[in-house]
Design a protein around this ligand. Structure first.
Ligand SMILES: Nc1ncnc2c1ncn2[C@@H]1O[C@H](COP(=O)(O)OP(=O)(O)O)[C@@H](O)[C@H]1O
Ligand SMILES: [Mg+2]
Length: 304
């Protein structure tokens, strides 16, 4: 499989995200294509990471299939042959689709990201340190960084066009969407997180937190959309190295983060765009980690 920095398909391009392109297939379907671009500290690197896009797509497909009984989703297929059969215009672009494209049902996306946190990290740890709360709700005193929360917490965020998403209390979601929809988002998010975390734990990966997106289909059904329980939408920690009381290594991006942190301490990179060039060994080590996350979680090798 060739490395793909960006896809170019003969379909209307609706959006190019940091990592994925979204194409319009027809009124009811979209095609999501995960490139091999990688971002760290919210900056997209110049180098692409081999197999990363395929890991994101095939891992999402694994979870959508596995968790189909837990929650309805937008997933149709990630099989390139089936996609081409459904969308003949893509016949000449099969190479760009293989392993990394997903045909999905189009929805009207809910304007909030549904974050579930099982461990205290990142912006949640910052909020707790500041005021003893998470998503505005008090937590017991004495919790430590990366500590496991007594119960997972629903901590929604607005979808920011650029920069960091902003955490908002569930009451803000309820004001915008009503309390019934908010409760449904929360309950579904908890159910998917619980099932995913339980599976991952048995495979040696802690899913510390994760972000879900939902949308309403034409019939008004709430469906899980976007990517699901991937390294890009979640914090994956290696369980065998877990130690509460400080930051944890990331299962997938740690080689990249370590290298960038080194450049910063040495004053060789400011931390802002443009990104510094990455040595091939750093790119390779990151690729290996993504493949390993896939292998551990699914129990099989990536289709490549
Ligand atoms: N089934 C769907 N229906 C409508 N929009 C979707 C669906 N699945 C994903 N999306 C949207 O696709 C977009 C992906 O873009 P983005 O998140 O910016 O990409 P990236 O994750 O690469 O940064 C998101 O805005 C997401 O809400
Ligand atoms: Mg996204």
């Amino acid at each position: 499989m060739t490395v793909l920095e960006r896809s170019r398909l003969p379909l209307p391009l609706l959006r190019r995200g940091k990592v994925r392109e979204v194409y319009e297939v027809d009124a009811e379907h979209l095609l999501l294509v995960a490139s091999d671009r990688v971002s760290a500290f919210d900056i997209v690197m110049r180098e692409s990471v081999p197999h990363k896009g395929a890991v994101l797509t095939q891992l999402s497909a694994f979870w959508f299939e596995r968790l189909a009984d837990v929650v309805p989703s937008h997933y149709v297929t990630a099989d390139a042959d089936r996609i081409v059969a459904r969308v003949p215009a893509l016949a000449a672009s099969r190479e760009q689709l293989a392993g990394r494209a997903m045909l999905v049902r189009r929805t009207a996306p809910v304007a909030f990201e549904c974050v579930v946190r099982g461990y205290l990290s990142g912006s949640a740890w910052a909020e707790y340190q500041r005021q003893g709360t998470l998503a505005g709700e008090p937590l017991p005193p004495g919790l430590v960084e990366s500590g496991r929360l007594p119960e997972p917490v629903f901590s929604p965020a607005t979808k920011a066009e650029s920069g960091h998403d902003e955490n908002v209390p569930p009451s803000a979601v309820a004001r915008a969407l009503g309390s019934a929809v908010t409760a449904e988002l929360r309950d579904r998010s908890f159910a998917v997180y619980a099932a995913g975390r339980e599976h991952a734990e048995r495979r040696g990966i802690i899913i510390a937190d994760t972000k879900f997106e939902f949308g309403f289909d034409a019939a008004g059904t709430l469906r899980l959309i976007d990517e699901l329980l991937t390294p890009d939408s979640s914090r994956f920690w290696p369980a065998d190295r877990y130690q509460a009381g400080g930051p944890q290594p990331s299962f997938d991006k740690q080689p990249l983060r370590d290298y960038l942190a080194l450049l910063r301490t040495e004053g060789r990179w400011s931390g802002d765009a443009p990104p510094p060039p990455l040595p091939p060994a750093v790119v390779e080590a990151t690729s290996v980690r993504y493949l390993e996350a896939y292998r551990r979680l699914t129990g099989r090798d990536l289709d490549r």
